[in-house]
Design a binder for this molecule. Structure first.
Ligand SMILES: [Zn+2]
Length: 510
């Protein structure tokens, strides 16, 4: 590959939707605010994923797609899914490197997780990417760009080469633009970091130009940048088409420069092939792109969300304690059979992806000789590990109130995990979990987490969804003009608008 003398531009899109399925049935709720679509995944597919795929944009950008969104798209919007996968595979054939990167699988804030959970999330993310795209990723997206050195060690351990961070998360001379740069790890190993241009990324996210002016605007931005140097825009993929209607065309315009333009388009993998990292920088630990308070947004509460949000610390403590209890029981059972519990859990992703069935999985791990009952117990404990991982999805802590659907989702997944553990070992973990939740209080209603837990348990007993609403996957009909107006009003309600500080905010519809 010949190096170009023009400044190089890479746009990286982080495509993600929070998980929305009922943990008890796996079904999706009807979300009336997404009308005329049954849910937000469907609506954003129509506004963003499908038209970007049709425009060929996925072939000219770098991107990552969250695990839950990729699964949903594979099942429910398969033509779009297939087009995205095809485009990425073409990029791989043409340049010998993929333009997609992995994402740790449940959008956990990795610095807040224990080492073995970091590794599990990263390994499950790599396996999911490999399964969907047919080639090994070279980089990984850290949810909310949250970083600490232990996370980078875990990434490097898996053989991945690079991550993306924002310029406020690193220390050092950024004379080489987006890099790539080297970050030193333990035992004199390194990981590569691309550094996004925060100002430019936010400009596109919050002040996107019109499609007619996009080309000229980008030339103005890139003119005068160092020949051959890389500029990286990294933002939510939904910026292009969902947050800004003109975004699909803007992205197309920007990513199709002609010989007359002052810049060229590249992807991270391609650029890394031509420009190995040289300069060294340091990472500012416990930072993220959507919270400037040492991860307070997902750990203790901070001024990123209005009102009193001490509930975040209380919820996290309850979930952490429960996770430890679940892990202790799981590890005891597995170690009794001389098995390495965490390696087994890492491998369980192959069952989740449907690459092997449960019987084959057990046989591969020398458990095929066990009684059916014993096998079922081990499988239940492994399933419990999946729900226990899902409890920590970042959105549960992102917003302002414990009463919202996102924290409720975390508690509902905890209930499912506890039920599986109870089936496998007979241990009832709900008492301790209830006690822990009783100290976390909703600022809006004064209800405690324990009361919300009781409500979810009661709903589970009556066969109702803990997430509320209608679970039928049928498209609601709009029959009267009044209803149309009502739905339109809900859609344009400002509750979902992101502030500048909230770039990277997952699109949540409640
Ligand atoms: Zn914050």
């Amino acid at each position: 590959m010949i190096k170009s003398n023009k400044p190089q531009l890479c746009i990286h899109g982080h495509f993600y939707q929070p998980p929305r399925e009922d943990p008890f049935t796996g079904e999706y709720r009807i979300e009336p605010t997404a009308n005329p679509f049954p849910n937000w995944n469907a609506r954003i597919t129509d506004e963003c994923y499908a038209p970007n795929a049709q425009a060929g944009n996925f072939g000219r950008i770098s991107f990552n797609i969250g695990g839950t969104l990729a699964k949903w798209m594979d099942d429910e919007a398969h033509a779009t899914y297939e087009r995205i996968v095809d485009t990425a595979q073409q990029h791989h054939r043409r340049y010998g490197v993929s333009n997609g990167i992995a994402q740790s699988v449940h959008h956990t804030i990795l610095p807040l997780a224990r080492g073995r959970d970091k590794r599990c999330q990263i390994r499950w993310g790599i396996a999911s990417y490999l399964h969907r795209f047919g080639n090994r990723p070279e980089g990984i997206w850290l949810p909310e760009m949250a970083v600490d050195y232990e996370t980078l060690e875990a990434v490097a351990e898996t053989g991945l080469w690079f991550v993306i961070l924002s310029d406020e998360q690193v220390r050092g001379d950024l004379v080489h633009g987006a890099g790539p740069y080297k970050v030193r790890l333990a035992r004199d190993r390194f990981i590569t970091v691309f550094v996004r241009d925060r100002g430019l990324s936010n400009h596109i996210s919050f002040n996107m130009p019109s499609a007619e002016h996009a080309h000229t605007w980008m030339n103005d931005v890139m003119r005068g940048r160092k020949p051959g140097s890389l500029t990286l825009v990294a933002t939510d993929g939904e910026t292009f088409g969902h947050h800004h209607r003109q975004g699909v065309n803007v992205l197309k315009e920007i990513t199709l420069p002609t010989d007359w333009d002052v810049y060229e388009i590249t992807t991270l993998g391609r650029y890394l092939r031509q420009h190995p990292p040289m300069a060294e920088i340091e990472v500012v630990e416990n930072t993220a792109w959507s919270c400037g308070h040492h991860l307070g947004r997902w750990a203790t509460g901070c001024s990123c969300t209005p009102g009193c949000n001490y509930w975040k610390g209380g919820l996290r403590r309850a979930l952490d304690n429960l996770a430890r209890d679940i892990d202790t029981l799981y590890a005891e059972v597995l170690r009794r059979r001389d098995l390495a519990p965490w390696a087994l859990r890492d491998n369980y992703i192959n069952v989740l992806l449907g690459r092997v069935d449960e019987h084959r999985f057990l046989a591969d791990h020398h458990l095929g000789h066990l009684s059916t009952m014993a096998q079922q117990r081990i499988l239940s404990l492994l399933e419990a590990q999946v729900y226990r991982q899902r409890m920590f999805v970042s959105c549960s802590f992102f917003f302002e109130d414990l009463e919202r659907i996102e924290p409720r989702y975390a508690i509902a997944n905890a209930v499912k995990a506890m039920a599986l553990v109870s089936y496998a070992t007979g241990d009832d973990l709900t008492r301790a979990f209830r006690r822990d939740l009783s100290v976390t209080v909703s600022p809006s209603t004064g209800r405690t987490g324990a009361q919300i837990l009781e409500e979810i348990l009661a709903q589970a007993n009556f066969g109702e969804s803990p997430l509320g609403g209608d679970m039928q996957l049928t498209r609601p009909e709009i029959s009267t003009p009044d209803q149309v107006e009502e739905f339109s009003a809900e859609i344009s309600a400002p509750s979902e608008v992101e502030s500048e500080e909230e770039s990277g905010d997952p699109e949540v519809s409640e």
